[in-house]
Design a protein around this ligand. Structure first.
Ligand code: AMP
Ligand code: ZN
Length: 117
């Protein structure tokens, strides 16, 4: 497990490096992706470090439920509740995970192809 000192998203959660934060509470932080791939592209992270979905424990179940509900709320608040949005979690190199701190991508504002690339 990374310590705050060497994890990019732990540093964002701890306000040690800047980010455009759109939501923060004791358990979850949401901020704008630095390289947006859609008109809305937010990331939701747990404040406490988890490397990825493969490292989730039963103790995280409620937290992940909250994260999904937050994703839906952030999208709806921005007017995408009806037009739609996509929630993505990349896990491991084949999926393109580049930051080893669990994060939900919440994207909206354009049509998304299926299957995902
Ligand atoms: P993934 O490739 O699924 O691990 O997603 C990592 C995401 O983090 C990418 O979409 C990056 O653009 C984004 N990202 C990397 N560094 C930052 C940063 N400092 N602030 C905001 N988003 C970032
Ligand atoms: Zn971390």
């Amino acid at each position: 497990m990374n310590a705050v000192g060497d994890c990019l998203f732990c540093k964002i959660a701890a306000s040690q490096i800047p980010a455009k934060v759109v939501h923060a509470d004791e358990e979850l932080v949401a901020f704008e992706d630095i390289s947006p791939q859609a008109p809305m592209h937010l990331l939701i992270i747990p404040v406490k470090h988890v490397s990825g979905v493969g490292h989730l424990a039963e103790a995280h179940d409620a937290l992940m439920g909250r994260a999904m509900r937050l994703a839906a709320k952030l999208a709806a608040d921005r007017g995408f509740g009806e037009s739609g949005y996509r929630i993505i979690v990349n896990s491991g190199p084949d999926a393109g995970q580049s930051v080893p701190h669990l994060h939900l991508h919440v994207m909206a504002g354009r049509p998304f192809g299926w299957p995902a690339g």
